[in-house]
Design a protein around this ligand. Structure first.
Ligand code: ATP
Ligand code: MG
Length: 285
């Protein structure tokens, strides 16, 4: 039987979450990360543990069929791969930052300045599009210290909370693009591998969908049930069951995380009581 090869980061900010996603798809892995390759005992999947920088190339060259990697690496390497899913973790932005005490009025600040970065291609593209004439200093790590040691005047790097910038007395002045973990695939997969991929993506979609949703149970007086069902859409419509106590019902539904607190506030206003919220493991339509 053919197996699908998936490349994930060996160790770093993506590796835990990538493995977690595979586990949440109920795919068990035999070997740990000490080996380069691990296989699954219950799904035709092999894992290749790699440096994240190498993943786009491995997928483009079909050494791996698919991979989980930061969109930033996909953009930087610009290899021919298909982007299949955004995964919602390792969210960050790619920004230009300059010393805190500089006054900044716009991109013209960068004219003739040196910008240190590990993402020269994304930066080059941005500078070209914005017609900004600056010099790129390519370095591989610790970009944020480049201005203080005099290697550059500014930086272009990954930012999430911004605390690294603050501790290096830098300020973010332009957001160039955003990034999150994505699944990429090689452009030509055999029919057999496509089949495995479809079944893997079905599981992944099921897991991702359930992540944003919660199961909600509550009690409400019967005369409020109608109004409450309007606040609680559910997958089709909420389940309503009579309580043993006369004049009361129990309502069950699914609520999305993004409007969760809004919904809960409205439910309380409408007289809902005993609200229980439970995580959902899988959602299949
Ligand atoms: P490797 O050794 O595999 O080359 P690395 O040091 O290049 O690892 P990490 O720091 O582990 O990379 O980051 C991996 C990816 O995680 C980045 O390419 C980016 O997509 C994302 N990332 C990096 N920093 C952050 C952050 N602070 N917040 C959220 N996501 C981040
Ligand atoms: Mg790397």
């Amino acid at each position: 039987m053919k197996t699908l090869k998936i490349a994930i980061q060996k160790s770093g900010r993506l590796s835990e979450k990538s493995l977690e996603l595979i586990r949440e798809c109920d795919i068990n892995l035999t070997q740990g990360k000490r080996r380069l390759i691990a296989a699954s005992t219950d799904f035709p999947l092999q894992i290749l543990y790699l440096r994240d920088d190498d993943i786009p190339q491995y997928v483009a060259d079909r050494v791996a069929d698919i991979g989980i990697v930061g969109e930033n690496e996909v953009m930087e390497k610009a290899k021919k791969v298909n982007l299949l899913r955004r995964l919602g973790f390792a969210r960050c932005r790619m920004s230009l930052a300059i010393p805190q005490d500089e006054s900044y009025k716009g991109l013209q600040w960068f004219k003739g300045k040196r910008i240190a970065t590990s993402y020269p291609n994304i930066l080059k593209d941005y500078l070209r599009k914005t017609r900004t004439d600056a010099q790129i200093e390519e370095i591989n790590g610790s970009v944020e210290i480049a201005p203080s040691v005099g290697l550059a005047d500014s930086i272009f790097d990954i930012v999430s909370s911004g605390s690294t910038l603050v501790s290096n007395r830098l300020k973010e002045v332009e957001i160039v693009c955003k990034s999150e973990a994505v699944i990429i695939a090689s452009q030509s997969l055999s029919e057999e591998k496509k089949k495995i991929l479809t079944s893997l993506l079905f599981r992944i979609d099921t897991v991702l969908r359930s992540k944003g949703n919660k199961y909600i149970l509550l009690n409400a007086p019967n005369d409020k049930v109608r109004e409450i069902t309007q606040v609680l859409p559910g997958m089709k419509s909420p389940t309503v069951m009579p309580l043993y106590k006369k004049g009361w019902s129990s309502l069950h539904s699914v609520v999305n995380e993004k409007d969760f607190w809004n919904v809960v506030d409205k439910l309380k206003e409408l007289g809902a009581e005993g609200i229980l919220v439970i995580p959902i493991e899988k959602m299949i339509f």
